[in-house]
Design a protein around this ligand. Structure first.
Ligand SMILES: Cc1ncc(COP(=O)(O)O)c(C=O)c1O
Length: 385
């Protein structure tokens, strides 16, 4: 009999090194007064005060209870409208599940679609939790390498050559750590090949809305593949990292499976966060202004990075990261980041998180924080190098 059991395998999970560096910064400087964190993808800005006041008033009047396992109907309806209004994409509410962050969306998708021994393709450099979760679930990982010379683009031939046993692929656009985006034509080509090869695409679109290139703006797998699995979140564009809320769009049958899993794993996503999230769709102008501030910080880094000695880096099309070649300075990106926080109280993320093969030559700087911190952090790094 086929053994479909999934045994969790935490031994195989590596730490998230960016978080280790972040925590080291907190340990060295517990008050946090002298430390500048450029390591995490965490927007400095908060939700608008007016929105928070509105939600607080509501929370005083209602009971904060569990919600449906896949989230409040009102929020799921708001997400349907969001796709229609912003992206002209029609979905129905049965295709939406609200989850505890995109992190839960990733886990629920993998648990519901794949089994122990399957192989999934992921892109490197990429978000480290994909390979860590896959390995923990005893799902095998096939890595598609991209590189700076090629603007971190996936090549169509890499998808064409995927072995027959590949069951799924996780795409992420805009990408963490590079900020590279998959343009419409390429996404369409990848989608066609995957449909032919019976490869399920999980498209992580958590940085949607944070785009700098008009041409590559706002692509969603949902535009061409109504059966694709799309993951998104309130963490980035909507500034709600700590509220822990994300969503999955998939076909209705799959959402039923996700619902069963969610109700057993964590009952429901946080109700307080959901009441808040419903209101965010009335504040696009506020979030779009924050994206404009990212454009200013991106321009600042394009100018300042070469001045302080970082000559080779990728200019992001989306998200809020610069992926920087530091091979002139180190052969070990984790040690480099450790020394940086010890010497000058600045945290950045080591490339080894994102790419096991070439990551020791890279660091990732996040420009999601405040302009003031970014300028001071970059000055300190410049003097230190
Ligand atoms: C590509 C990507 N996917 C998923 C996540 C997890 O996001 P969430 O805060 O919604 O769990 C992150 C967080 O940085 C990310 O960069």
């Amino acid at each position: 009999m086929e053994d479909n059991t999934i045994f969790y395998n935490t031994d195989k999970i590596k730490p998230f090194y960016a978080i280790k560096i972040f925590e080291k910064g907190k340990k060295i400087d517990p008050t946090g007064k002298n430390t500048i964190h450029l390591s995490l993808g965490e927007p400095a800005s908060s939700l608008p005060k007016k929105l928070l006041d509105q939600v607080s008033k509501k929370l005083l009047k209602i009971k904060i209870g569990y919600t449906e396992s896949i989230g409040l109907l009102e929020l799921r309806n708001a997400i349907v409208k969001h796709y229609l209004n912003r992206y002209k994409i029609e979905i129905n509410v049965g295709q939406v599940a609200v989850t505890s962050g995109a992190s839960a969306s990733i886990l629920l998708s993998l648990l519901s679609l794949f089994k122990k021994g399957d192989t999934l393709a992921i892109v490197s450099p990429g978000y480290p939790c994909y390979s860590n979760i896959l390995k923990a679930l005893n799902i095998k990982v096939h890595i598609i390498y991209t590189n700076i010379k090629n603007n971190f683009d996936i090549e169509v031939s890499q998808i064409q050559k995927l072995p027959k046993y590949i069951k799924g692929i996780i795409l992420s656009s805009p990408s963490n750590p590079t900020g590279a985006t998959i343009n419409k034509k390429l996404l369409q080509e990848i989608n066609n090949i995957c449909l032919e090869k019976n490869i399920i695409i999980i498209s992580d679109e958590i940085y949607q809305g944070i785009n700098y290139e008009i041409k590559s703006k706002e692509e969603s797998l949902l535009s061409f593949n109504s059966n694709g699995i799309v993951i998104n979140s309130f963490s980035k564009y909507f500034l709600m990292t700590g509220w822990r809320l994300g969503w999955i769009i998939s076909n209705e049958d799959h959402i039923k499976e996700v619902s069963k899993l969610a109700m057993n794993l964590y009952l429901s996503p946080s109700s307080i966060s959901q009441y808040t999230a419903i209101q965010t769709f009335n504040y696009y102008h506020y979030f779009d202004d924050i994206v404009k501030s990212y454009i200013r910080k991106r321009d600042f880094l394009i100018q300042r990075l070469p001045e302080i000695g970082f000559k080779k880096f990728f200019v992001p099309n989306g998200a809020f990261y610069f992926y920087i070649d530091v091979s002139n300075f180190t052969k070990n990106s984790y040690k480099f980041c450790e020394k940086m926080v010890e010497d000058i109280n600045v945290t950045v993320a080591p490339g080894v998180d994102f790419d096991e093969k070439n990551g020791n030559s890279y660091i990732r700087i996040s420009f999601a924080g405040s302009e003031k911190d970014l300028k001071e952090g970059i000055n300190r790094i410049g003097r230190w190098l």
